[in-house]
Ligand binder design. Structure first.
Ligand code: AMP
Length: 282
């Protein structure tokens, strides 16, 4: 695997590959890699000649500086895992490589997608996400971009960003990879206590139950049953939304894609999860 720390060196390599007609697949991450991230790399191998993964802990998307400091950075093990997955390129920039002093970052109209759910709990977070993804895409200029359904709102916002910037990049949604007991894999899971880790299974169980309930109950009933399941837990939100606009809806017929999204706090760790309750096949 080739490791590039500067934009210039990465672009020299990628420009050459593009002149040879090679397709580039891109997986942006913040590191502390697990099977969820590696699955994105596996998906990227399917459709591309060159797989580029980036590891960059983006300071502009953290609303809490302690969270930024605490973010795990096990770079040696990350490199080892990417090598095992035959990732071709790792882009590992420092902060001033992504945000040089003379860079003017455009501000994007995220059409309110950034204000609900995660956005309501982390003001400015998605501005930071849009800023870094736009910058990384401008550097890598991939053909295909791979992002996880795990961060459903983030995925939807990046889909919107590609649309409003008339980007030719194809965005691929990769399903959520879970632990055997259902907990969605996340770099933050290691911060859970033993007891908290046990409790955490209620989140995915509730969402899977909601998927079953969606066959028999009204949307309102599905939500009520889910909230009852989560009673006693510290629920930041549980929303059933139009999976494109992220607006709350009252019936399953109101949207082509209906997604249940939740964030539950355990041991002070915010655990995000979601399931798609209905998706119209195209
Ligand atoms: P992060 O390093 O947390 O910014 O995540 C980088 C990418 O990996 C994002 O597109 C995430 O949605 C995706 N991702 C993280 N966890 C999972 C998971 N459990 N399953 C699938 N994708 C994931």
């Amino acid at each position: 695997m080739m490791i590039f720390k500067t934009v210039l060196a990465l672009q020299q390599f990628l420009n050459h590959q593009k002149t040879l007609g090679k397709k580039i697949g891109f997986v942006p991450t913040m590191g502390a890699l697990h099977l969820g991230h590696l699955t994105l790399v596996q998906y990227a191998h399917q459709d591309n000649d060159i797989v580029v993964c980036s590891i960059f802990v983006n300071p502009t998307q953290f609303t809490d500086s302690k969270d930024l400091e605490k973010y795990p950075r096990p770079i040696e093990s990350d490199i080892e895992q990417l090598e095992k997955e035959n990732c071709h390129v790792l882009f590992l920039p420092e902060v001033d490589e992504i945000y040089p002093k003379n860079l003017v970052s455009p501000h994007f109209d995220l059409a309110g997608l950034d204000k609900t759910m995660e956005g309501a709990h982390r003001p400015g977070h998605f501005d930071g996400v849009a800023q870094v993804v736009h910058r990384l895409l401008d550097i890598v200029k991939p053909d295909n971009l791979y992002m996880g359904q795990k961060d459903y709102q983030q995925f939807t916002i990046i889909k919107h960003l590609l649309k409003i910037t008339h980007s030719p990049i194809r965005l691929i949604r990769v399903p959520i990879i879970r632990e055997p007991d259902g907990l969605a894999m996340s770099s933050r899971n290691i911060r859970l206590s033993e007891e908290g880790r046990k409790k955490s299974t209620i989140i995915s169980q509730t969402l899977f139950q909601a998927q079953k309930d969606a066959q028999h109950y009204s949307l309102q009933e599905v939500k009520e049953r889910a909230l009852k399941n989560l009673s006693g837990m510290e629920v930041d939100y549980f929303e059933i939304v139009d999976g494109d606009s992220l607006r709350s809806i009252n019936s399953f017929e109101q949207a082509d894609i209906v997604t249940a999204c939740t964030t539950v706090r355990i041991d002070g760790v915010r655990l995000l999860d979601n399931v798609i309750l209905k998706e119209k096949s195209i």
